[in-house]
Design a binder for this molecule. Sequence first.
Ligand SMILES: O=c1ccn([C@@H]2O[C@H](COP(=O)(O)O)[C@@H](O)[C@H]2O)c(=O)[nH]1
Length: 305
Amino acid sequence: MINKLVSEIKKKNAPIVVGLDPMLNYVPKHIQEKAFAQHGETLEGAAEAIWQFNKAIVDATYDLIPAVKPQIAMYEQFGIPGLVSYKKTIDYCKEKGLVVIGDIKRGDIGSTSAAYAVGHLGKVQVGSKSYAGFDEDFATVNPYLGSDGVKPFIDVCKEEKKGIFVLVKTSNPSSGEFQDKEVEGRPLYELVGEMVSKWGEDCMGDDYSYVGCVVGATYPEMGKVLRKLMPKTYILVPGYGAQGGTAKDLKPYFNEDGLGAIVNSSRGIIAAYKQDAYSKFGEENFADASREAVINMKNDINSIF
Ligand SMILES: O=c1ccn([C@@H]2O[C@H](COP(=O)(O)O)[C@@H](O)[C@H]2O)c(=O)[nH]1
């Protein structure tokens, strides 16, 4: 799957990923009203509304982008109906040829991680049959429990030819509370980066490992250090746009070949119609606003090369 991700990035000339993080208040009134007319103001109604919202955005942007990153929390808040919309979104994006990065941030003791890995990336055995549960192409993994919490994901990736992005340095303001602490004279995120690089050594695609990492766009100096430390590791870069990360900060996240990183924007794309810059589209044409926001993001990121 890392080879598909890289080849789609090259084909579309777009090292970007659209984050499908649908809050109900981003969903235009006309979509909410239709969903509530069918299902009432219920969890089912909300889940239908976010699914229709996602579908319209995917239809308007899929030809421009290599990948999407649905954030599972946004679906889980609507309980089981929300998770059904998460799954519908994954399946639809795959039908459209997109690589799907499930932002699930899982990681636990080994046996529990194994179940997460099977549920999201692998297949679960039921008697003589096996079933893919959510079936994302990549998942994000929290490495805080150490190797035995991460290895089950890698094992499933090997079997299924999928991939993971392991949190190394996150984009949020307080990420330094733990991640920047010095351990043996070096910041913890560097040690985690080295581990990720090591885990990825025997997980190589053509040019990059399918064990990738997450480094926030909001910490460019650290991105530069980590890029050098882990040259074969693909970096998923959240924090562009709504969190303040800018294109000019992002060059050091890429290798000389212009590859090695993929930049996420969620609110900046899916809620573009709410921004002044895209107000000409109006709420009815929210998906066209998202398309223009994708084009602008792509040009912005490509301007650094
Ligand atoms: O370090 C991290 C890891 C993950 N995220 C996730 O990415 C998106 C960002 O959304 P924006 O609207 O573009 O800010 C969201 O799903 C986060 O959970 C992150 O921001 N930082």
